[in-house]
Every structure is written in C-alpha cells, then in structure tokens.
Design a protein around this ligand. Structure first.
Ligand SMILES: Cc1cc2nc3c(=O)[nH]c(=O)nc-3n(C[C@H](O)[C@H](O)[C@H](O)COP(=O)(O)OP(=O)(O)OC[C@H]3O[C@@H](n4cnc5c(N)ncnc54)[C@H](O)[C@@H]3O)c2cc1C
Length: 404
C-alpha cells in the first residue's frame, strides 16, 4: 500500500478486471499490468488519485485524507490573497479582487480577501470598496513581513476551516512561493501564471487559462477532483474595479497557536531589488526597445523619450540577451507583464512571447522599418520607419508640446 500524510492507495486485486483504464490515466507512469492485474509502482506514485475515479470496478482503494474527504460541494466562496509589503496592500491584490468579484458573481457566492500582517485592520475597508464581501484578518507582530512557513500555515488553517472553492494569488515571487506550498499541504492543484480566468457555470468549475508551449498556445486547465481550485495570476492582466466607497463587509479575525507562526528561517533584512527601481509594472507610459536598435547605445535614445514622457524603459528579450539592458526591463512571457496607458515598441518585431507581456496596453505605438512586422497587428498607431529617425523626432515633438 502506498502511503503519504493522511492518504493511501492500493489495488484490490480480486476486483481488478485488467481493463488498463487506470494505467492510461496515471500521469506519472506509476501503474503497469502484471498477469492482467494492475500493479502500482510506489516509487513513482505521487498519491495524486487520478486513477481512482476512472476505475469502473471499484478496484482502487484510495484514502484521501481528512480534509480532502469533504465533498466538493462543501467548498464555497472565492478568496484572494491580499499580498502586502511594509503594510501596503499590493495592487496585484486589487486586480485579483476585481477579477474575483466577477467569478464570485458568476458562481453566486461571496468574495473574501485574506489579509495577514501587523496592524492591517484599517486596510480592510479599502478591500470592501474594491469588491470583497469578507476579510479574513490575521494580525501579529511576527507576521509583519511575509515569511513562507507562517503565512502558509495560516492560510492552510483558514482553508481547512472555511473551505473556499477558489483561491487566487498574484503571480509575484511571494504569491508563487506561497501558493505552491499551500497546494501541497491541502492536497489540491495549482495553475501558475494565469492570464485569463472564467467559470464553467454548468460544471461549477474555474477555467484557468495560461500560455503553454513557449506561449504558442493558450491552455485552459481544470481542477476537477480537488478543492480549492487555486491559481496564481499575472500582475497587470486583470483590471481593478472602480472604488465603491458605499460597499461594506465583514472582518473575521483569527488567531492561532504559536506553532502556526513558527518559522525555521529568520528574516534578516529586506533589500530592494534593482528591478523595483524601474517600476515597469506600475508605469503609465513605457518606451521599449528591441533588437532593431542594433546596439546598446540605442537605449540612450529610448531613455530620452521615456524621460520626456515621464515613463519607464522596457525591452524585448533579444535586447536583454544582447546585454544592452538588464533583465529587470524585460517585457513579455518570461519578463514583466505590463498594462500602461501608452506602450511604445521601438524596433520590436512583436513575437507572441513579447505580446504576452504588453498586448493589453491601452494604446500601442509601434515603430518598425518592416511594414509586415507582426507588432503592427496589435498596434493602435504604426509608424513604418527607422527608429533612429522616428524616435528622436517624437522626443523633440513631445518636448515642445509638453513645454507648452
Ligand atoms: C520560452 C520563450 C520565452 C520568451 N520570452 C520572451 C519575453 O519575455 N519577452 C520577449 O520580448 N521575448 C521573449 N522571447 C523571445 C521572442 O520569441 C523573440 O525572439 C523576441 O521577442 C524578439 O525580440 P525583438 O522583437 O527585439 O527582435 P527581432 O524579432 O529580431 O525583431 C527586431 C525588429 O526590429 C526591426 N528593425 C530592425 N532595424 C530597425 C530599425 N533601424 N528601425 C526600425 N525597426 C527596425 C525589424 O524589422 C524587426 O521587426 C521568448 C522566447 C521563448 C522561446
């Protein structure tokens, strides 16, 4: 018998008909046939339980563990992790509340935000204005800054007690670290880096869409057998709601024993990343340069235009790989997702991996000497020309206009 914490699996040999359905269902190649009976290779089995529902002959005995035993229908509500840094709720949480509100309305359920930190209670009001019906608040001086273990333990406790059907986290370094730990502890799935969420109303399932195969296809992932359905969602992909100061909600305060707040790691210091000084994700105007600049010096011209417009500098991966500009400026699938009011793409061809990070910008201005460059298909305004002629001319014109 294969056993993990609280769960186990075994084949009931007498009932097995040798149909091989379970062999085909196992994502880990952990089931084989021997003498027309299924045999589990426990060195490969992860106790995911994928084989259990496909067996038509009740020949698989699967103990799911206490919390996973709750019927799926017992899980209700959409939750958002209210990521905070230095006591400031991050804008990614507001975006998730905007999206979470839509999902909760489609499911006919409540939207809650989980807020963990020190002295955070006064922030709850804004979360209601931004769409939450409830705030689960856990406050303690030890929780002032994010730490993997206590934050994981707390959310696991909350999930066990209140059983949400959907939990969303920002696909930030904190959200990614936290969500994966929680998924393991509550025995559920996690879809990372989603760019679209929706509800299959008939089946009451969260449709979690994310780029796959290098961004060439969009895959929609379902978590059919486990709860909660959990996803991390890219920053700047979902829209915040307009503040509604008439909205009110309920704060549910929770506190836990010391063991829940314990951490084997000690936070020594928080050092701001250089990339954070670029603040690309928050910028209203971004001027990005690509391989079409031809050399590192080309970024001086890009910086100049960004400076005149009060914007930030972005880059394609090709420009970053050529070491013309640090990675912290990269926009795209493996860089930052941005959603500025205006995005200038200068000498950028518009490959799908770049578009994945900027195509939701309000206005896109593309400058490229190739009239057939794919960037023009997403551009609001396209300028066919040499970046070294067009960009300085734009900078000059904007400077004159903005002076007035
Ligand atoms: C798994 C994976 C992840 C990736 N992640 C990212 C990512 O996060 N971000 C990203 O950007 N890319 C990413 N890429 C790379 C992506 O596929 C492209 O290679 C990259 O975006 C191309 O960058 P570019 O447009 O600057 O260069 P190119 O595709 O070489 O385009 C240069 C453009 O400049 C134009 N040009 C040349 N000279 C001039 C001139 N003088 N004036 C005007 N136009 C000119 C050309 O016509 C051309 O259209 C990823 C790829 C993979 C496989």
């Amino acid at each position: 018998m294969g056993q993990g914490k609280d769960r186990s699996i075994e084949i009931i040999v007498d009932k097995c008909t040798g149909c091989t359905l379970c062999v085909r269902s196992c994502p880990f190649g952990a089931i084989r046939m021997e003498n027309k009976k299924a045999v589990i290779d426990y060195t490969k089995c992860t106790l995911c339980g994928a084989c259990f529902p496909v067996c038509k002959f009740n020949a698989i005995k699967f103990e799911k563990g206490e919390e996973a035993k709750a019927p799926l229908g017992d899980y209700k509500g959409v939750w958002v992790f209210g990521e905070q840094k230095k006591g400031v709720v991050q804008s990614v949480a507001f975006e998730l509340l905007g999206e979470g509100r839509k999902l909760a309305d489609q499911l006919g359920t409540e939207l809650a935000c989980v807020l963990i930190g020190e002295g955070m209670q006064q922030k709850a009001e804004e979360l209601f204005w931004r769409g939450a019906d409830k705030v689960y608040l856990v406050e303690d001086p030890r929780l002032k800054n994010y730490q993997d273990e206590p934050y994981t333990n707390i959310i696991v406790e909350l999930i066990k007690e209140f059983k949400p059907e959907v939990v969303l986290y920002g696909a930030t370094s904190i959200g990614r670290s936290l969500a994966s730990r929680i998924a393991v502890k509550v025995y559920t799935g996690l879809t990372a880096d989603c760019t679209k969420l929706d509800i299959d109303k008939e089946k009451h399932l969260l449709l979690q869409t994310r780029p796959a195969f290098g961004g060439n296809i969009m895959a929609t992932i379902l978590c059919t057998n486990y709860r909660p359905q959990m996803a991390t969602v890219r920053h700047k992909v979902m829209k915040e709601l307009t503040l509604d100061k008439s909205r009110k909600g309920q704060v549910i305060k929770k506190a836990y024993p010391d063991s829940v707040y314990a951490s084997r790691t000690k936070l020594v210091d928080i050092v701001e990343e250089i990339s954070e000084t670029v603040n690309l994700a928050e910028a209203n105007i971004i001027v990005s340069g690509g391989r079409g600049l031809g050399k590192a010096e080309g970024f001086k011209m890009i910086e100049e235009l960004a400076k005149v417009l009060g914007g930030a500098v972005g880059a394609s991966r090709s420009a970053v790989d050529s070491e013309w500009i640090p990675y912290s400026h990269q926009v795209g699938q493996t860089g930052k997702t941005v959603c500025p009011k205006v995005y200038f793409a200068c000498g950028i061809s518009g490959q799908i991996q770049h578009l994945a990070g900027m195509s939701s910008s309000d206005v896109i201005v593309a400058i490229n000497k190739d009239p057939n460059a794919p960037i023009f298909s997403v551009a609001t305004y396209g300028i066919v020309g040499d970046v070294y002629e067009v960009v300085p001319a734009l900078t000059q014109k904007f400077r004159e206009i903005l002076k007035k």
